[in-house]
Design a protein around this ligand. Structure first.
Ligand code: GLP
Length: 241
């Protein structure tokens, strides 16, 4: 696991964008794994600048989202599918129809989860997975006690995550109670992983990820098993290392 500590959000975004750009220059039809949340927004912004400058194109790429809330209406602004449209599709030239996510409105949830796993396999797997990390150490929505071998499935959101994500809603009661999420086992199959984190509130999760024992209580620690992970953090998120 490589840990890169930078001073500013702009530098984090530049390092991560360089990794994406190198991949896409080598493989124009790369399969990207994309995260929602605030952590990757600087990266998506930087990718957008490079697309606008003509030095990068994501038009040949596909993208697979990590997770989705269950039950949010199709036009709800916090539905992750809509968030990724705003944060990534609108900023870059990746094509909307090439961005895939788990269907949080499916009537048959197990079938939707199995279909999503199959779609990732059919695409040849994820070349580069972009991740954030929850304050409780979750990756995607794999909350503490999630199986480290888990696949895409429905999960109940932890109280801490609902508190953390309440800022995107009118109040905590509006935050959905359930989600669909790629499993830890699904994420570990990506060929390369880049995890981004900023701020003191992520410091304990980053400490566990980098120095802690592998544990289902901090699901990000499973990344220690992966051969090609780059963790890009600011000084505050690195402050407990
Ligand atoms: C959410 C998402 C994760 C994300 C995490 C951190 O719960 N499901 O994919 O990494 O929270 O979010 P943020 O980057 O906003 O801190």
């Amino acid at each position: 696991m490589e840990v890169i500590i930078k001073d500013s959000a702009a530098e984090l975004a530049t390092v991560a964008a360089d990794i994406v750009q190198r991949l896409v220059h080598r493989k124009a039809d790369a399969v990207l794994g994309v995260a929602t949340g605030s952590s990757p927004v600087g990266l998506y912004d930087e990718l957008g600048r490079r697309v606008a400058a003509g030095t990068l194109s994501l038009a040949g790429c596909q993208a697979f989202m990590l997770d989705e809330y269950v039950g949010l209406a199709a036009d709800h602004p916090q539905r992750y599918r809509n968030v990724i449209e705003t944060e990534l599709v609108a900023r870059t030239d990746i094509r909307s129809e090439r961005v895939h996510g788990p269907d949080g409105l499916a009537s048959d949830i197990p079938a939707a989860c199995a279909a999503y796993e199959q779609a990732i396999r059919d695409a040849g797997g994820v070349d580069l997975q972009v991740l954030g990390i929850g304050t409780d150490g979750h990756i995607a929505f794999n909350e503490p006690t999630s199986s480290l071998g888990s696949r895409t499935r429905i999960k109940t959101l932890a109280r801490q995550t609902r508190i953390d994500n309440a800022r995107f809603f009118d109040d905590e009661a509006q935050v959905p109670t359930h989600c669909l999420t790629q499993g830890v086992g699904t994420i570990l199959e990506a060929r390369r992983i880049v995890l981004l984190a900023e701020g003191e509130q992520k410091a304990e999760a980053i400490r566990q990820l980098v120095e802690g024992p592998v544990s289902a209580m901090w699901t990000a620690t499973a990344l220690q098993w992966h051969p090609y992970v780059t963790v890009i953090v600011d000084q505050a998120a690195a402050s407990r290392l």
